[in-house]
Design a protein around this ligand. Structure first.
Ligand code: SAH
Ligand code: SF4
Ligand code: F3S
Length: 436
């Protein structure tokens, strides 16, 4: 094992990719003697951890690796990992021959074996990593992401993820609890439990053990001493049963911000997306959450211009936005993806200008809502877990319902809960003064 080799990783995509990158780094540090650098020019190994959920990041990928190839130091290697690696495989090396290896999103545990194999392509989506114990990441951050499952068993008709990450397998609860405990021993106070569909957790384990539920997992994780806050993403609105909502409401360690990916407010569109729920079900679940959880913040994902989406369908989406009053919306224009069922609906595709106009209307509507809902917070006091110190002497962190807060401070506050009096707001964050 030679020392002093440097690794540069660029991560695109979702939080599962962030965690995969942490695992890649930890594995290469432990088994191959790499240390991380944030300077591409110094790196002996450059890895791009890719996303293919929409077309744009994929088309950018090749120009980006071309840039990396120009800037890298003599002899440095380039690896492509993640979801685009899964679906393009060896074509990546064909198109960009200076790429040394390709490792798919479900093959991260193989990274240490392929880094030195020129031309290696590991993209099997049947690979089972659910029992693999990754090297411990020696981070001292206050927040850690812990995977609770791999893959996704849903077949949402627009989505490429099931074909890049394969079938869903849950990671055994004791391994998850152990991971969380290790992270807490390393300084973490908050955990983000990660899976493409977290509340279907426990339906299949690779050792054939009995079923488990997400609610039980939340109870197990909340018993980890020293852990202060639990978050998770993404839950599926279909599986938000009463038991789950009640646990969410009463478990004090669970952050009171939930991601409820709507996708569309139209029952018709939801049906052709194969989401499994109706507009009414979604509204019912959101109302139940709001009723049991005071101060709840709800975030969502919305896709506009799915094939066949009529103006009336779009109005249903706006109606749900008006009723649920989402605190944050991640908006996307539908993007056709290879291998998905929605590709067969190409004849119903919505013209791009209509898609853009719908996107703008949705963004404007939500902006107006935030401009009304945020100012009343001025003058209130919020409790904040401080996570980082910026060079300008401001500290930042999040409230229990996950609103970002900025205040003047110092490193003595890091990792601690403080009360902040709110003096100003933007559409997405609070500014204030630490009062205790
Ligand atoms: N498992 C998560 C989603 C992962 S993908 C969930 O079900 O919530 C993240 C988001 O990207 C999705 O929620 C969806 O809104 C968006 N997305 C996925 N495929 C897309 C596509 N083909 N076009 C546009 N947006 C898409
Ligand atoms: Fe994609 Fe649907 Fe699975 Fe989410 S639940 S990853 S949107 S197939
Ligand atoms: Fe992208 Fe794969 Fe995540 S496609 S959103 S990196 S699961």
């Amino acid at each position: 094992m030679s020392e002093n080799k440097k690794l540069f990783i660029q991560t695109l995509g979702c939080q599962m990719n962030d965690t995969d990158s942490v695992h890649i780094q930890a594995e290469l540090e432990k088994h191959k003697g790499y240390t991380a650098t944030d300077k591409l020019e110094d790196a002996d190994l450059i890895i791009i951890n890719t996303c293919s959920v929409r077309e744009k990041p994929v088309s950018k990928l090749f120009s980006e690796i071309g840039q990396f190839n120009k800037k890298k130091k003599e002899g440095a290697k380039i690896g492509v990992c993640g979801c685009t690696a899964s679906h393009l495989g060896k074509d990546i090396i064909k198109r960009a021959p200076y790429v040394d290896f390709v490792v798919g999103a479900r093959n991260i545990s193989k990274i240490k074996d392929v880094v030195d194999v020129k031309g290696a392509v590991e993209i099997s989506i049947d690979n089972d990593e659910s029992m693999y114990e990754f090297a411990s990441a020696n981070t001292n951050r206050y927040r850690v992401g812990v995977n609770i499952s791999v893959g996704c068993d849903k077949k949402c008709t627009y989505c490429i993820v099931p074909s890049t990450r394969g079938e869903e397998i849950s990671i055994p609860p004791e391994m998850i609890v152990n991971e969380v405990q290790k992270a807490v021993n390393n300084g973490a106070v908050e955990v983000m439990l990660l899976g493409q569909n977290v509340n279907s957790y426990g339906r299949r384990f690779s050792d054939g053990r009995e079923k488990y539920t997400f609610t039980r997992l939340l109870q197990d994780v909340s018993k980890v001493e020293g852990l202060k806050r639990i978050r998770f993403t993404s839950p599926h609105p279909l599986h938000m049963d009463d038991e789950f909502i009640e646990e969410f409401a009463k478990n004090e360690k669970i952050s009171k911000c939930i991601h409820m990916p709507l996708q569309s407010g139209s029952t018709e569109v939801l049906k052709s997306m194969k989401r499994g729920y109706t507009k009414e079900w979604f509204l019912n679940r959101a109302a139940k959450m709001r009723q049991l959880v005071p101060n709840l913040r709800i975030t969502t994902d919305i896709i506009v211009a799915f094939p066949g989406e009529t103006h009336e369908d779009f109005l249903d989406t706006l109606d749900v936005v008006n009723q649920v009053k989402f605190d944050q919306i991640f908006n996307f224009k539908y993007s056709p993806r290879p291998g998905t069922e929605a590709l067969n609906m190409a004849d119903k595709e919505i013209p791009d200008e209509i898609g853009s106009a719908r996107l703008t209307e949705l963004i404007e509507l939500h902006k107006r809502y935030l401009e009304e809902s945020m100012p009343p917070l001025i003058g209130s006091t919020v409790n904040v877990l401080i996570e980082s110190l910026k060079p300008n002497g401001e500290v930042t962190g999040y409230t229990d319902n996950y609103l970002q807060v900025f205040a003047k401070g110092s490193d003595e506050y890091l990792g601690k809960f403080v009360d902040v009096k709110v003096t100003d707001v933007t559409r997405t964050a609070l500014k204030g003064e630490i009062i205790s």
